[in-house]
Design a protein around this ligand. Sequence first.
Ligand code: 5AD
Length: 346
Amino acid sequence: MKELIDRLAVNHSLTREELHRLLEQPEASLREYAALRAREQTLRCFGKRIYIRGLIEFTNVCKNDCYYCGLRRSNSLCRRYRLTETDILACCEQGYRLGFRTFVLQGGEDGGFSDATLCRLVETIKSRFPDCAVTLSVGERSRAVYQSFFDAGADRYLLRHETADSEHYSRLHPEPLSAKERKRCLYDLKEIGFQVGSGFLVGSPYQTIDHLCSDILFLQEFKPQMIGIGPFIPHRDTPFGSFPPGDLELTFFLVSLLRLAHPNALIPATTAVGSLAENGRECAILAGANVVMPNLSPPVHRGDYALYNNKLSDGAEAAESRALLDARLAAIGYEVVVDRGDYIER
Ligand code: 5AD
């Protein structure tokens, strides 16, 4: 099995059968070996430097009804909010002072923000913070709208494919959402010129090992610049409220495999891994991740951006606690850098 890991480290790809063998029942020793090789790979590409992104969750209003997500339209218990342009700029201002050079504007698919409003917002942020990158994460749009975001100056776009298998996708998302349309969005974003981030949920309801193989194979083909994965975590006010959370060890193993398949990709230690375990973020970094995305949203609203229950937003997850984050990463031998942290073709 170690030989498969070695092969992945050299060729950066495996077949479905090979992935199956790795994921069937990975023993601790195999997972450790993968983490070691992945860490070597990260070290070669990035050194012990961790990039940070300030996450601004600017609206939790969403027209979609994804069965797993606490922000789904049908969740009437969710207290909805929208930040104003002034609020958002204040977040950027504070983030800039804290050393952030990438702002991620993430929100539900909220018709309350028109495409033109979002373009204006991007233009304003880019003109006030010309040395910063702007990442958008606002879901599915037409190609023309993506182009207008890009023309407004947005540098990057995050849109997880969630699951690459269309049937499984339909069990997680009601119509009209489809895996096909999601992939269309991803290819359009890439062709337009965005640095694109994709990724999937680990341990979402009904997921099989074969689905995970499809996820890895899809990413091998799509070659995103950024890859974010995290365990599914139930939210009590959703139809998936009583499903168990995804497995953390499996998530770390997948981070390692993805690092080996995508040597220079930007891979975050996601909030979900930090939410399931106190040292989750550190474990993800030691498994091959090289990005963290602290929360830069106004503290009063953080609790309302509840994708799942017990979502972490304090401690080192809070942007204002940069010093704490620095100390925690220093404890495992890594340092946070003040840098846009763009994807670099090698
Ligand atoms: N558990 C884990 N991750 C979730 N997301 C949404 N709901 C959940 C959940 N219950 C993730 C999705 C989405 C990202 C913003 O948050 O993968 O792409």
